[in-house]
Design a protein around this ligand. Structure first.
Ligand code: UDP
Length: 310
């Protein structure tokens, strides 16, 4: 991998990918329309002559001169409040944006990497979720704009793979957290940390018995790097199999932030998945990968970032 283009390059995951591949000596082109991405995520990279930023909406047209070895399509609102605020841009970037990014990868004979999601499994009826599970998604519910966009993106990616024999990678990303998440991103980790650090009550939706499995961003980036280098054209789950209830997460954040905030219970959002846990047997076997950072260590690093940002 010498020269890569990353859509959503100024986002949470995109900016970590830019940083990672620059450190490995690659040339990196980040493309972002800055809808939910932020320039400050990549500000430190501008002094690197191997980094370039292009402000553009990838749903329109995507082209750059010169050779590309990989196109990583990471552009999309990803937090439930974001994609419900921007339902049409979310559907467009998953559908039209994936089409443009695939077209660019095909033209450049580059590997195409799709940021997919555990949301393709919807509100799962099997737990943990292996890649072979087809999912339980409500296509017309408020979350459907994200879930179905990503499901379409996977279908389009496989169609390009089959029709054009293109090398593709599909990474099904489970809840990821770490530095550079936006304070007001609306997801559980940024909400709980911000609330804990500012002495406001931690907002637990529902009774907090729903579960999630959280992976620290550095572990995820390592998995994506291995996936790109593998020959795997089939979807791969990347996540941390440690499953916890939201109540447990809220209490852990409160303890690690040494906060005296109380917990308050708010209504559960529509179609909120009751359980979520990755089966990572495929990644373990084929990528020799497993997450290494414990929840406590990851949260401590994330709390430090939020403390500095506040
Ligand atoms: N959640 C919560 N309090 C918050 C934000 C989220 O209890 O302030 C819950 C949410 O209802 C869901 C879980 O935390 O059950 C994870 O939500 P998040 O938005 O982080 O991501 P999701 O996994 O739903 O995409």
């Amino acid at each position: 991998m010498k020269r890569l283009l990353i859509t959503g390059g100024a986002g949470f995951l995109g900016s970590h990918l830019c940083e990672h591949f620059l450190k490995k000596g690659c040339e990196v082109i980040a493309v972002d329309n800055l809808l939910t991405g932020r320039l400050e995520n990549v500000e430190a990279l501008f002094e690197n002559p191997r980094f370039r930023f292009i402000k553009a909406d990838v749903t329109n047209f995507l082209h750059v001169p010169g050779k590309l070895d990989a196109v990583l399509h990471f552009a999309s609102p990803a937090s439930p409040i974001d994609y419900q605020r921007w339902p049409i841009p979310t559907l467009k970037v998953g559908a039209l944006g994936t089409h443009k990014a695939l077209g660019l990868a095909k033209d450049k004979k580059a590997v195409f990497v799709l940021a997919s999601t555990s949301e393709v499994y919807g509100d799962p009826e099997v737990n943990p979720q292996p890649e072979s599970y087809w999912g339980n998604v409500n296509p017309i519910g408020p979350r459907g704009v994200y879930d179905e966009a990503k499901r379409f993106a996977e279908a389009l990616t496989m169609a390009y793979h089959r029709s054009h024999r293109m090398p593709v990678r599909i990474v099904r990303i489970f809840n990821t957290y770490g530095p550079r998440m936006r304070l007001k991103d609306g997801r559980a980790v940024p909400n709980f940390i911000t609330q804990a650090l500012t002495g406001r009550p931690l907002t637990v939706y529902g009774d907090g018995s729903q579960t999630r499995s959280l992976i620290y961003v550095a572990d995820l980036i390592d998995g994506i790097d291995r996936l790109i280098r593998s020959g795997l054209n089939e979807p791969v789950n990347l996540g941390n199999p440690r499953e916890m209830t939201l109540l447990e997460l809220a209490e852990t954040v409160r303890r690690l932030a040494r906060s005296r905030s109380r917990l308050v219970f708010k209504p559960l959002p529509v179609d909120d998945p009751k359980v979520r846990r990755p089966d990572i047997a495929r990644a373990r076997e084929k990528l020799k990968w497993a997450p290494k950072v414990s929840l406590e260590d990851g949260l401590r690093r994330t709390i430090a970032y939020f403390r500095a940002s506040l």
